[in-house]
Design a protein around this ligand. Structure first.
Ligand code: CMX
Length: 500
């Protein structure tokens, strides 16, 4: 121990760190931690000869990912402590009566490190926009869309990952992806007619029995170790979600004929494969889809619910299940299913799968007159076209520009904003992420729209669980905002000094 302490504080370590930055951070940091350089260096030399799923190299990289995350979180925790000490009483904003009644819109009261939403620019993940992610994140061999594994690394660690980081996260998730049989039994206990999101949420709760966080808490761990178990649960849960989701898909729509995972594929490709889609373009679509749906800062219902429930120290499985029951609502994640239903109803009513822009405009007006929402349009925060819509539109222009439903989506985009704006009450008349996704999935044969929210949920795990790791690493407390009664508000507006 003494030897380790001396070595870690020595000039020699500084030299190793410099070399680490220049050449191979993962390997040198692990050396510092484990003092096994003589063993690791020959391994490094052999690395390119080893198969992708080699356990030793994974442990090296995954140890590095975990250590890098913890180092970043410790640094951030110090900065937050100083911020609170120095500026703890500084006001961020004032809250109005209307905000309290209208969904707490715009009230700044949450910290989420993984992404930040700008009303006009859209989402940025650790500062990077969606077009930047598509350019900078590692890709699958021969592919041009980002690997969601890379986005997870970016959200968790805060740095743009190398190809090796993304591939090793991929391989680690493949290694952890085994789903215990009783989880499938729980799914099988539900009627096949149950909505896929109901089956998905039940399966996540069933997976919870394997929570390392819950077990460690029950055994009695120090607060300082919460992050460690939250991280372990996060990695295992994300690894298992595609298998569970694909099982639900094949059970419900493909007569229960299941397809075994392929551990050599990346997370998205393997998901596509298990659902029964081995077309390379569809795998690319999955990589893009699972990347762009991953996170949308902290206030949206799925992210906030996961964070809120996690703040009670419910483990990542229970917390994520809360997020998913929120995603299942039609004003949130279910909107992607609703968009396709709305288009199908329009086709039926007009007896055409190629309606003119005038016909589409009339149908939108009719929807509004009936007191219904036009699904896929509007947003609580965004005030411009969602860049996630644009990314999917670009994908469609490359892969399926002549598809009739894709064309309809583009025609809706041309006419809907002006009509929605003319109502004078809809704050954002522009399309959101859900307006395009269904048409792309349909093009490749994934026509069962009830399932689309499950795809959204698998992707959302990346952002909300990376955030949950941060919550535990930063030691965030139980969340407990103040609520009021209307009686209290009435008194407050007349005589604030009497109730405040
Ligand atoms: N069609 C018709 N009316 C709409 C509308 C739309 N697409 N978007 C907003 N409105 C209405 C609201 O229902 C509200 O009406 P009331 O005053 O009668 O209640 C009014 O316009 C003002 O709403 P807003 O402040 O502009 O929007 P909100 O922040 O309240 O709601 C959202 C945001 C997304 C729920 C809403 O735009 C909507 O219902 N859109 C359709 C559903 C959808 O696409 N949801 C997916 C969002 C993305 C996601 O989270 O996954």
């Amino acid at each position: 121990m003494l030897f380790i302490a001396i070595l870690k504080s020595s000039v020699y370590v500084q030299l190793i760190k410099a070399l680490a930055i220049k050449y191979h951070r993962a390997i040198f940091f692990i050396f510092l931690k484990n003092l096994i350089m003589p063993l690791l260096l020959p391994l490094c030399a052999l690395k390119s000869l080893l198969p992708r799923n080699t356990t030793i190299t994974h442990k090296i990289y995954m140890g590095y990912v975990k250590d890098s995350f913890k180092a970043k979180a410790d640094e951030q925790a110090k900065e937050i402590k100083a911020l609170i000490e120095q500026y703890g009483n500084k006001k961020l904003d004032e809250v109005t009566v209307a905000q309290a009644y209208q969904g707490m819109r715009g009230i700044p009261g949450l910290i989420t490190e993984t992404s930040l939403l700008d009303a006009n620019e859209g989402i940025r993940f650790r500062g990077f926009s969606i077009p930047e992610l598509r350019e900078k994140l590692p890709k699958a061999e021969g592919g041009s869309e980002p690997l969601p594994e890379g986005l997870f690394y970016l959200m968790l660690v805060g740095d743009v990952p190398t190809q090796e980081h993304a591939e090793h996260i991929s391989a680690t998730w493949a290694r952890r992806s085994h789903v215990p049989n009783y989880v499938f039994d729980v799914i099988e206990a539900l009627p096949v007619s149950a909505h896929p999101m109901t089956q998905f949420c039940a399966a996540i709760i069933a997976l919870q029995t394997e929570s390392k966080f819950a077990k460690a808490y029950s055994d009695g761990i120090s607060k300082k170790e919460y992050w460690n178990y939250a991280y372990e649960d996060t990695m295992t849960l994300i690894a298992r979600l595609p298998r569970v989701a694909a099982y639900i898909y094949r059970r419900k729509y493909k007569a229960g004929e299941h397809i075994q995972p392929d551990g050599m594929m990346d997370w998205s490709a393997n998901f596509a494969h298990m659902m029964g889609y081995d077309n390379e373009s569809f795998k690319e679509l999955m990589r893009l889809y699972l990347t762009i749906h991953a996170d949308h800062e902290g206030g949206n219902v799925s992210a906030h619910a996961t964070h809120l429930v996690g703040s009670t120290l419910s483990d990542p499985y229970l917390s994520f299940a809360a997020g998913m029951t929120g995603l299942a609502g039609p004003l949130h994640g279910l909107a992607n299913q609703e968009v396709i239903r709305w288009i199908d109803e329009m086709y039926k009513e007009l007896n055409s799968e190629n309606p003119s822009k005038e016909q589409i405009a009339d149908y939108i007006k009719k929807t509004l007159l009936e007191g219904k929402v036009v699904p896929g349009y509007g947003h609580a925060v965004l005030r411009k076209t969602d860049p996630r819509f644009t990314a999917q539109m670009e994908f469609a222009k490359t892969h399926c520009p002549d598809d009739s439903m894709v064309q309809t989506v583009w025609h809706i985009y041309e006419v809907a904003p002006a009509i929605l704006e003319s109502t004078g009450k809809i704050k954002n008349p522009w399309p959101n992420v859900d307006a395009h996704s269904g048409a792309l999935l349909k093009h490749f044969g994934l026509v069962e729209e009830d399932f689309y929210t499950v795809l959204f949920g698998v992707s959302r795990s990346l952002g909300v669980l990376a955030s949950l790791c941060w919550d535990r690493a930063l030691g965030f407390p139980i969340e407990r905002p103040k609520s009021m009664t209307t009686e209290w508000i009435k008194k407050f507006v007349k005589e604030p000094e009497k109730v405040a």
